[in-house]
Design a protein around this ligand. Structure first.
Ligand code: KG4
Ligand code: ZN
Length: 338
């Protein structure tokens, strides 16, 4: 049995996880989120410095939680991209140092493969084919997955502009809700009416790209609506705006994800990434998958956002499939394609 140490530093979370044979043995996380709050978004230099400070304590904490020693680690997996360049490089340099010092193989991992693979730790092996809806602060993608250790990931569609999480963060700012915006909007929407305002469902006409997303127009529609209301001197119904915006996002992403499954004859949908933590996205995905006879798999909330366990999960699949290790000199690939 090989214990894989996974390291994730692509954005503002420093994550370490230990996985063997599809089982999560222990993990730990440190976030620099609060340091970015006053800037309204992640500042790469601040994130990189925070990763450097947190790296060894986080790895030590993960080992402690797993009751393991560093010498028990048999392979190291690390996010090689995509992500913030300076942030990815801190994780990659650390992972190389661990692999070199321990004389164990190193695996450079695609961040999105990690978001998909993490579900294995909770719900067991993935079926031979599935569709993954990756909705996070940096990505909104529909992927067709085969065997994650052997087959290339097929990219079905992407966002033309903002990612879904980014739209949540920007709308939160428009509504004066605290950063990070996703959880704030989700909370505010609980008391609102999702049908109060008919915000647009972007790229859902028959002539639009079937698996394409676009959220910048939706965000602008929210901003315009808020400006008009404030210009007229009216009170801002924050809960209704939050609920109506959230409904537009949830409706769009779940509709396209289910269509992708049906088009490709796939009967399993994975919904992953930070926005998979959204209560309405989850509820609507459940409803629509049930209606279409599709099995829905959503990892537990704490594994939905960036973490080290998801990278270890990919490393574990690669180790067990006997995949070749990466070279110790692999570069960071911040804008890694699929
Ligand atoms: O996957 P993640 O941790 O990082 C990236 O790889 O981007 O996703 C972070 C994003 C943020 O934009 C955050 O606002 C959003 O996920 N998010 C949510 C919720 N929780 C986190 N969006 C909507 N509803 C939530 N409950
Ligand atoms: Zn992510």
């Amino acid at each position: 049995m090989t214990v894989v140490l996974g390291i994730e530093t692509s954005c503002d979370e420093t994550g370490a996880g230990l996985v063997a044979e599809g089982r999560l043995l222990g993990d730990a996380l440190s976030s620099s989120m609060s340091e970015h709050a006053r800037f309204g978004g992640v500042v790469p230099e601040i994130a990189a410095r925070a990763h450097l400070e947190a790296m060894l304590p986080v790895v030590r904490e993960a080992l402690t939680r797993a009751s393991l020693d560093l010498s028990d680690v048999g392979a190291v997996a690390v996010t090689a991209g995509p992500g913030l360049s300076t942030a990815v490089q801190v994780g990659l340099a650390s992972a190389k140092a661990f692999a070199f010092a321990l004389d164990v193989p190193l695996y450079g991992v695609h961040h999105l493969a990690g978001h998909a693979a993490v579900d294995v730790l909770e719900h067991g092996p993935l079926p031979p084919r599935c569709v993954a809806l990756v909705v996070s602060g940096g990505h909104t993608s529909l992927l067709l997955l085969g065997d994650l250790a052997r087959d290339p990931i097929v990219h079905l569609g992407d966002t033309a502009d903002d990612a879904a999480g980014e739209a949540f963060d920007k709308v939160a700012r428009i509504l004066g809700l605290p950063y990070p915006g996703g959880p704030s909007v989700d909370r505010a929407a609980r008391d609102g009416d999702p049908r109060a305002i008919a915000f647009p469902r972007p790229l859902t006409r028959p002539s639009d790209p079937r698996y394409g997303f676009s959220f910048s127009g939706l965000k602008t529609a929210v901003a315009r609506w808020v400006e008009a209301r404030q210009g007229a001197g009216g009170d801002l119904p924050v809960a209704d705006v939050a609920a109506s915006f959230q409904e537009a996002v949830a409706d769009t992403v779940t509709r396209k994800a289910v269509a992708a499954c049906l088009d490709h004859g796939v009967d399993t949908l994975l919904v992953v990434g930070g926005v998979a933590a959204n209560s309405r996205v989850r509820a609507l995905a459940e409803e629509r998958c049930a209606a279409a006879g599709i099995e829905l798999r959503v990892p537990p909330m704490r594994l939905c956002t960036d973490n080290g366990a998801m990278i270890a999960a990919v490393g574990d699949l690669l180790v067990r499939a006997g995949a070749p290790a990466s070279e110790l000199r692999i570069p960071a690939d911040p804008s890694a394609p699929l």
